[in-house]
Design a protein around this ligand. Structure first.
Ligand SMILES: Cc1ncc(COP(=O)(O)O)c(C=O)c1O
Length: 440
């Protein structure tokens, strides 16, 4: 089919009437579907059945620690070893702590504000702080910045990571820029994995702030959807080689490996940073939930087992991603009203509408009972300057619900696009006639 922009007004209007009837039909179904958050589905959670009974009455860690008792802020040695191997760092370069990487990020920023990121540096909170925010990005990162009154500077997200010329230029001249958010592998929402060049440039770039930090949220490090996974350069290693060993904080968790909200979270960095953070953390807690760490180590045993486990996740998720991509292609392909990503891993598909349509699409879908992530949420301050990005989260709903949700979505998108095109035409012809009238 010809692109919508090439269709004449009468054809578009009649298509609009037809789509509107289909839309009204969907409304009558009284749907109540939520496509807004990237949550694992129940079948994924079932893959980890057995984890909670894996201790079988033996609560002792390998060094004899009784995991039922206090202590061990940095995490059990065997848990540090296991997750260090997952992230390609040394066991002493990682702490395993708590159930949520987002909580680790939140607390790290709070500590940076109050105590700085290094004993030689001043607390960030003494002066205005700015963060670079590759966008579209993860809404909860941006929400943290808003919470801590950190000014956000959007940076365009490209095929290989953030636009590095802009990043380098900004950090080189502005001392108040203290950090950058990065989801370097199967990025939320674009699915992009940073290229080696981008990783190296982030590690080596000159920063005006000596206490600048990279917040490397590697939430999807093991979450491949295909047998040809993306590859990510080891940033901790790159930072060491660039003589910036303390520059990066790497976050991850098993939220989408074992249980979301009941897994284990981890933070990797230089040994110096980890020791300092553990010291500060020891004021907050006398130790993490080591029983859960022990369950994870006993259940998963080693990296190869985790990788095999993640293939089972992929087997459940691949059909869902395929279905979404197939519906998008069938319903929208060649209409030139949207572009979308085809990720090799992670939890999202990122779609761009024609400019100025995203909010309307999400509103139309919500009015027919299907909730998508709020348009704009993938940008700092919830403001997408082109109003075109929509994050699609295919993981949670069962296939039949996903099918309904996506069919409705494509109808909403076509309706909003046609309305935009027709509206633009009217505005153009009004403008033209005004110009003509003025000339006459
Ligand atoms: C990029 C990213 N980071 C962090 C999280 C949350 O991780 P956690 O459950 O470990 O707090 C998510 C969840 O969707 C995510 O997409």
């Amino acid at each position: 089919m010809a692109g919508f922009l090439t269709l004449d007004t009468a054809t578009l209007s009649s298509l609009h009437r037809k789509l509107l009837l289909e839309y009204e039909g969907f409304k009558k179904k009284n749907l109540k579907l939520d496509m807004s958050r990237g949550k694992p589905c129940p079948e994924q959670l079932d893959l980890t059945n057995g984890l909670l009974s894996s201790l079988d009455g033996n609560y002792l860690a390998e060094d004899g620690t009784d995991c039922r008792n206090y202590g061990g802020v940095e995490g059990l040695p065997e848990a540090r070893r296991l997750f260090a191997a997952c992230l390609g760092v040394q066991p002493e370069e990682i702490m395993v702590n708590g159930n949520s990487s987002l909580a680790l990020m939140h607390d790290l920023i709070a500590r940076a504000m109050l105590f700085g990121v290094d004993d030689q540096e001043r607390p960030w909170g003494e002066r205005p702080v700015k963060f670079l925010c590759p966008s579209p990005g993860y809404d909860r990162h941006f929400a943290l910045c808003e919470l801590f009154k950190i000014e956000m500077i959007p940076i365009p997200m490209q095929q290989d990571g953030p636009a590095m010329e802009e990043v380098e230029e900004l950090v080189a001249h502005d001392e108040s820029i203290k950090g950058i958010w990065c989801v370097p592998m199967y990025s939320n929402p674009t699915g992009v994995t940073y290229s080696d060049e981008v990783v190296t440039r982030l590690a080596t770039m000159k920063t005006k702030a000596s206490d600048f930090r990279i917040f490397w949220d590697n939430a999807y490090a093991l979450h491949h959807l295909t047998d040809q996974p993306d590859r990510l350069l080891n940033i901790l290693q790159a930072c060491k080689e660039a003589n910036n060993p303390d520059r990066v904080y790497i976050f991850s968790s098993t939220s989408k490996i074992s249980y979301a909200g009941a897994g284990v979270a981890m933070l990797a960095s230089s040994v110096k940073n980890i020791r300092r953070l553990a010291k500060l953390m020891s004021f907050q807690t006398i130790g993490p939930n080591k029983l859960n760490q022990l369950c994870h180590v006993r259940f998963f045993k080693d990296v190869a087992n985790i990788q095999a486990h993640m293939k089972k996740h992929a087997a459940l998720l691949r059909p869902k991603f395929d279905l979404v991509l197939e519906i998008l292609q069938t319903e929208l392909g060649n209409k030139n009203i949207a572009t979308w990503t085809k990720p090799n891993g992670g939890y999202f598909i990122s779609l761009n509408t024609l400019e100025g349509c995203a909010k309307k699409v999400v509103r139309l879908a919500a009015e027919a009972g299907v909730i998508f992530t709020k348009a704009g949420a993938t940008f700092p301050y919830g403001y997408d300057p082109r109003d075109q990005n929509i994050r699609i989260a295919p993981t949670y709903p069962p296939l039949h619900e996903l099918k309904l949700a996506m069919e409705l979505f494509t109808i909403c998108l076509q309706l909003a696009s046609i309305e935009k095109i027709l509206n633009d035409r009217t505005t153009q012809s009004v403008t033209l006639s005004t110009i003509k009238a003025k000339i006459v």
